[in-house]
Design a protein around this ligand. Sequence first.
Ligand code: SF4
Length: 368
Amino acid sequence: MSTAPASLLLEPLARWFNQHRRSMPWRAENLDAPHPNPYAVLVSEVMLQQTQVATVIPYFERWMQRFPSLESLAMAEQQDVLNHWAGLGYYHRARNLHAAAKAIQIEGWPHGIEGLQALAGLGPYTSAALAAIAFQWPEPALDGNAFRVLARLLALEGDPKTHARQLRIWLRPALETLGASRLTQALMELGATYCGRRAQCQDCPLHAACEARRQQRTQSLPVVVARPKAVEVPLWLLAIEAQAHWYLLPPANQGLLSGLWRWPALEGSFSTSATTPSPLPLRQWKGWTQVYTHRRELVQPLAIALPEPWTWPGGRWVPDQELAHLPMGRRDQRLRSLLGTPSLQSVSRAPLEALLTALSEGGAPHGA
Ligand code: SF4
């Protein structure tokens, strides 16, 4: 770790940010005062947890129209909240944001970092970013962008996260001197622009001080830590219809998919070649790969029309007119939107046979 004070090394970055910062709907004009709307910072930071800025902006704007204040979010129904999150993925973020808004409405905004960390869904990074950007508290917020910039600036060896504790100690005085909100956002912004995966050092405000640039190691720093490979799972996603009702799995009370309705699914590899005509009307669409952190689903979407609703455990028959209003995850929304579109010419009977076998054995399709 460098022994040079952070406020000295990072001063050009703070100056650069004053002049070149990108406009974002949640950014305050005045970087030296607490943010006039900490609720907007909370919403933006939670949305940005696993999503790029460009994707977040339209969601943020729609969200702030529907829930313009913390109170309006706290008082909203969970289904309404999830519907407005639809498409952003990782729905636990919406549920946590809703829970945090309710807690703040009752207790007021916390007065310290521990209070922010106690709110639902605010881990060490998000609580520190909120502390710095909303309240100007000198809490170092280290996300992937900040780690990359600092690892290169200081030529940190190994996984930069192993240096987190020392980095926080080193950064804190600079947050006080240069402005907590300004410096926090400047580090993120540099990591998202010049100091991305391929560093563009020419115009970087840290050009003169940067060790990785001086040592010509910007390609190899920071060290990339290999993640375990995601498991690939082929599955049929089934829209089963009978008498203007759809068979769906209702939301679980907890877990990543709590609050969301799901189509039933059959996991496994099935032949997609057309065989003999199906005894039931089937519609099939082109499949896609749904990517999650630890799992890649090779989704084959299919709709089956039954003559009448069958009684299966675990699911519910939902009237057709309610289908469009149910909160669903991205994968299940995609099948819902396919239902009104032309299907493929040739379809496979394989999933139908698998479904009939599962039913004859007393089982039902399950949610994946
Ligand atoms: S000089 Fe290059 S490697 Fe160093 S911080 Fe700037 S962009 Fe990143």
